[in-house]
Ligand binder design. Structure first.
Ligand SMILES: NC(=O)c1ccc[n+]([C@@H]2O[C@H](COP(=O)([O-])OP(=O)(O)OC[C@H]3O[C@@H](n4cnc5c(N)ncnc54)[C@H](OP(=O)(O)O)[C@@H]3O)[C@@H](O)[C@H]2O)c1
Length: 220
């Protein structure tokens, strides 16, 4: 698929771009600064996992079927308002955790209850917001040859969009789990500060999540 990463020049963007390129997807990295995105795309393409393109956040959306938002929560609302028109008709994967620095290890509920619910409110019904990837450390994602044993909870109100994103998450080498409607993003986003606390408390390179006693449901 053609995937555009808004804010793809950052920490999460690196691993997502490399892993999706490795899986055969056509990935474009977006930035507020077109040249920064182009330079980063050249650098990541040199890793040899597949060609990666770069451009302004707006420009990459024109050629993307799926968009992923990867900016800090402080820039979340303004970025989405600026790209509202360019995002219409697309699936938006929102990986934002609404942290309130410097209290990174404490739950912060934003005014709209979750970043993903705020995104859906800003973008309207013409965009299917899917929230996921809140519990995977960018440090783990960054090396596409590294196996990550982690579940990824995926929530959305649009069932087809939820399934499409679950397949894309599988392509990243992760285990997607259907975690229900977009409203459940409140719980997903709230778990990340707990993981950040665990990471610090137990000296981990990035705590993740694994669920037990789930059996695959046979297809109807
Ligand atoms: N890092 C993790 O391990 C992790 C894990 C799970 C979820 N997340 C979530 O993923 C998102 C991205 O995390 P990250 O660590 O990749 O972030 P990051 O590296 O700090 O920033 C990502 C990109 O956001 C853009 N950006 C920064 N400030 C901005 C602003 N004021 N307005 C518009 N764009 C701005 C920058 O791109 P340009 O300057 O090129 O425009 C930057 O490269 C966050 O919401 C975070 O909560 C992160």
């Amino acid at each position: 698929m053609r995937i555009g990463l808004i804010g793809g020049t950052g920490r999460e963007g690196k691993g997502l771009a490399l892993r999706w390129a490795k899986a055969g997807h056509r990935v474009s990295i977006g930035s507020r600064d077109e040249q920064r995105a182009r330079d980063r795309a050249v650098e990541l393409s040199q890793a040899g996992f597949g060609p990666i393109e770069g451009g302004s956040n707006e420009a990459i959306l024109a050629t993307s079927e799926i968009a992923l938002l990867s900016v800090p929560y402080g820039a979340h609302g303004a970025t989405l308002r600026g790209l509202r028109d360019a995002l219409q008709g697309r699936i938006l994967i929102d990986i934002t955790v609404p942290l309130a620095p410097p209290a990174f290890a404490e739950v912060h509920l934003p005014a709209g209850q979750s970043a993903a619910l705020e995104a859906q409110e800003i973008l309207g019904a013409g965009v299917s917001v899917v929230a996921a990837m809140h519990h995977v450390s960018s440090a783990h994602l960054a090396d596409p040859t590294r196996a990550i044993e982690a579940d990824v909870l995926v929530v959305a109100d649009d069932l087809k969009a939820r399934e499409t994103v679950m397949r894309l998450i599988q392509d990243l080498g992760l285990n997607p789990l259907d975690a229900g409607p977009l409203r459940n993003s409140i719980a997903l986003e709230s778990l990340t500060p707990v993981l950040l606390h665990l990471t610090k408390r137990y000296g981990s390179s990035g705590a993740g999540v694994r669920f037990t006693n789930l059996t695959p449901k046979p297809k109807a």
